[in-house]
Design a protein around this ligand. Structure first.
Ligand code: HEM
Ligand code: SF4
Length: 550
């Protein structure tokens, strides 16, 4: 990962001091609520239902063990002993005291972490594939490009007050694990017929109250032009995006209003002034970014670890099942990628305690070169574990409640904080998630359903990505009562789609039954090995509707 130089550290330390002063003046009454609002937002601090929420940036989901230990300690000393992993790979503290946030930021700065640009109308944390650099199916490692975008976008003065927040995601694989079609800008790293790296650029995607799948604005952008082209898009957006209505202020609305052709033309004519200018990426600059993502010192294994692993998996079926469900093939022989599910039944999806964080920091040091990653599905990843250590690792994870073997299945759901924490919520989302997890606790049934994405949001802001879940649940308000709307057929993959609303909404207590009917319909109608989304796409929404509203 990128390591700060003295300038980075100085900027961060000064920023903490500045915010400390601002907080003190607010608490002393010399700064008004209105004056303080943009200042706290620029430092990741929201005010929620019951307490402030501090969102800490995790650049493209990468953390080291020292950072994890600091997060664990802060959650214990300044919060309630747990944190939440967000769908943008960030970490959220749910209960800090406003007066103590500057101290938390000072502690975070010591391990090169901060909360800059994690809220407000600026370019937010760039997200990517949680398996970047280790995935077997990777064409180009996206991390150096994410880092280049991060350095360019952090504290960029021109883009500090955009019409609305701005989110960028990058992927470098055939299978899109970064949801690039659901972002303001999505970047796919590609190669042309000569083997040169370039970018396919998608623009105007987003969820929220108007969900839109992004469209291609450029099929192949040469690699040196990344920043100037992004700058051109952002300039057009900054100038023409609507500032009169915050619900119409995202770039997706502008792209829709102009049409992609006209939008592309505007970007191209802006680009004429920027292309080949000072932001042009030289090979040396790209190499500099790459130098922070060098290979760890992998051991050279023959095939013995894999053979050992198969023997252990056969001997202990519970372990074997975990290997099958939660680990993924690694680019390097003798290693595997380990997913750590934060979706155990009875716990809020994406939450993790201080003790678990500390344990994972130790495990990262012992088994995975001291690195840990967060995923946009609200889980964690140890990316470089030797296969012959998996059994030991699994035993430790199991004792800590971190070996739930459900990655990619129904109970590995995405869920926003909803009405338990969030002031904008129409309804609670965590209890719905928990009720569904409790109802579907027969793992054989869950596995039989195959890969399934269930995404839950507590309001139409769609933090839980409900529109792009195969099954999406949205909390709605009906005359002061909490109800839940269901949509089917969403996808965040390359064939991205927005789910379709099933029909009238349901009461919270009915949701497990509703899910049972939806899943039962799928099981009845699927042809052999057909996954939920494919069955839905083949048969349409009608049979699901019939069953659920019968
Ligand atoms: C609890 C405090 C939170 C507040 C007040 C909040 C507020 C919002 C708002 C107002 C939007 C819609 C903005 C727009 O479309 O322009 C939004 C979208 C979003 N939020 Fe949150 N959010 C909160 C927590 C979270 C959490 C915990 C997550 C991750 C689990 C999250 C991730 C997202 C994502 C991914 C979107 C996606 C919609 C998009 O940008 O296309 N937020 N949030
Ligand atoms: S979707 Fe709504 S309820 Fe859920 S976190 Fe976002 S703003 Fe809050």
């Amino acid at each position: 990962m990128y390591v700060y130089d003295e300038y980075d550290q100085k900027i961060l330390d000064e920023r903490v001091d500045q915010y400390r002063g601002q907080t003190e003046r607010f608490l002393a009454g010399t700064l008004s609520e209105e004056e303080f609002l943009p200042l706290r937002l620029q430092n990741g601090l929201y005010v929620q239902r019951l307490a402030p929420m501090l969102r800490v940036a995790v650049p493209y989901g990468l953390m080291n063990s020292a950072q994890l230990r600091t997060v664990a300690r802060l959650s214990r000393d300044y919060d309630k002993g747990y944190v939440h992993i967000s769908t943008r790979q960030n970490i959220q503290f749910n209960w800090p005291e406003l007066a103590e946030v500057p101290e938390m930021l000072a502690e975070l700065a010591k391990v090169q972490m901060h909360a800059i640009q994690t809220s407000g109308n600026c370019i937010r944390n760039t997200t990517t594939d949680q398996f970047a650099g280790v995935a077997r199916d990777e064409l180009v490692d996206p991390r150096p490009y994410c880092e280049i975008i991060r350095q360019w976008s952090t504290l960029h003065p021109e883009f500090a007050f955009l019409p609305r927040k701005f989110k960028i995601a990058v992927c470098g694989t055939e299978e899109d694990r970064a949801a690039i079609h659901a972002h303001d800008i999505g970047i796919e790293l590609v190669k042309n017929s000569e083997g040169d790296v370039g970018y396919r650029v998608i623009v105007g995607g987003g969820l929220g109250r108007t969900p839109v799948i992004g469209v291609e604005i450029c099929a192949f952008l040469e690699k040196q032009h990344l920043l100037s082209y992004l700058e051109a898009i952002l300039r057009v957006y900054n100038q023409h995006g609507r500032r009169d209505n915050k619900y119409k202020a995202r770039i997706k609305i502008l792209v829709k209003a102009m049409g992609i052709e006209a939008f592309r033309e505007s970007v191209e004519s802006e680009w004429v002034h920027l292309k080949d200018g000072p932001t042009t990426l030289t090979d040396a600059e790209i190499e500099r970014a790459k130098s922070f993502f060098t290979e760890p010192a992998y051991a050279e294994f023959d095939n013995t670890p894999d053979a050992e692993l198969s023997a252990k998996a056969d001997a202990d079926p519970i372990f074997g099942n975990w290997v099958k469900r939660n680990t993924v093939e690694h680019r390097v022989n003798g290693y595997r990628i380990v997913n750590i599910s934060l979706k155990a039944t009875g716990y809020a999806p994406g939450d993790i305690t201080d003790d678990q964080l500390e344990l994972l920091a130790d495990l990262a040091d012992r088994f995975s070169f001291g690195e840990i990653r967060s995923t946009h599905q609200q889980n964690l990843v140890l990316a470089d574990v030797p296969s012959n250590e998996l059994y030991t690792l699994w035993q430790i994870l199991q004792k800590a409640g971190l070996a739930t073997a459900n990655i990619g299945y129904l109970t590995d759901m995405i869920c926003c904080p909803g009405g338990d924490y969030c002031a904008l919520a129409n309804a609670k989302s965590i209890p719905v998630a928990e009720a569904i997890q409790a109802r579907f606790d027969d793992m054989d049934y869950v596995y039989d359903l195959g890969p399934l994405e269930l995404n839950i949001s507590g309001c139409m802001n769609a933090c839980g990505h409900h529109h792009i879940g195969h099954i999406g649940i949205l909390g709605v308000d009906k005359k002061g009562e909490e109800f839940y709307q269901v949509c089917l057929g969403g996808s965040q993959a390359k064939d991205a789609s927005i789910g379709k609303i099933l029909g009238p909404s349901f009461r919270q207590e009915d949701m497990p039954d509703v899910m049972e009917k939806i899943l039962g319909t799928y099981v009845d109608l699927r042809s052999e090995d057909e996954q939920f989304l494919d069955t839905y796409r083949r048969v349409g929404i009608a049979p699901f509707k019939e069953k659920v509203y019968a």
